[in-house]
Design a protein around this ligand. Structure first.
Ligand code: IMP
Ligand code: MG
Length: 184
């Protein structure tokens, strides 16, 4: 039994290591085909996307560029605060570049919607969004185009593969339900 299996705050496995790696390879192949001849700049949204981005970037066999942004919308709660703050901005100029925002999960869509507007204003040649997970939501953001989606999941709070609860579980190799209120 692993340390993760013994943790009472972790519920069922939503996506296994095998499911994730197969899907990431498919996403990489799709991006590689779409961006042949115009290598993209992948913009990873820290911190949650760091594991996904590391695997995805190596599944795209193009001379791509990488940069990172850090935003915060949640603090240590499992509900959105409705406020997006840029904690770390990009180093690379977006003018003339084919930008793909790489996110871990889209819940209300607020974070991606804000980032899209903010990056579009900087004059990229093109801008697309890739999110590993999308939560099935009763009210999806109407104007939100997500070109690449890994998995649609139920509207439960999940952790692992980069996703945290209060900075924990990012190094869990698969994706599991987080059970609030479980004894520590
Ligand atoms: P949105 O702005 O509501 O779409 O939320 C997106 C951000 O909230 C993601 O980038 C995550 O950092 C965080 N988030 C949303 N749902 C979850 C979850 O189930 N587990 C961990 N983080 C989440
Ligand atoms: Mg995030």
């Amino acid at each position: 039994m692993s340390v993760w299996d013994a943790d009472p705050a972790l519920g069922r496995v939503v996506l296994s290591v095998e499911q994730i790696s197969k899907r990431v390879a498919e996403l990489g192949a799709a991006i590689e085909a779409d961006y042949a001849g115009r290598p993209p700049l992948l913009v990873g949204v820290l911190k949650g996307a760091f594991v996904f981005l590391a695997d995805l970037a190596r599944a795209i066999h193009l001379p791509l560029e990488l940069d990172f942004m850090a935003v915060s919308s949640y603090g240590a709660a499992t509900q959105t605060s409705g406020v997006v703050r840029i904690l770390k901005d990009l180093d690379i100029d977006l003018a003339g570049r084919h930008v793909i925002i790489i996110e871990d999960i889209l819940d209300s869509g607020l974070t991606i919607s804000y980032l899209r507007r903010s990056l579009l204003a900087r004059g990229p040649e093109s801008l697309a969004v890739c999110s590993l997970l999308v939560k099935a939501s009763p009210q999806p953001y109407p104007d939100l185009e997500v070109a690449y989606v890994g998995f649609e999941i139920e509207p439960e709070f999940v952790v692992g593969y980069g996703l945290d609860f209060a900075e924990r579980y990012r190094n869990l190799p698969d994706i599991r339900v987080y059970l609030p209120g479980a004894p520590e």
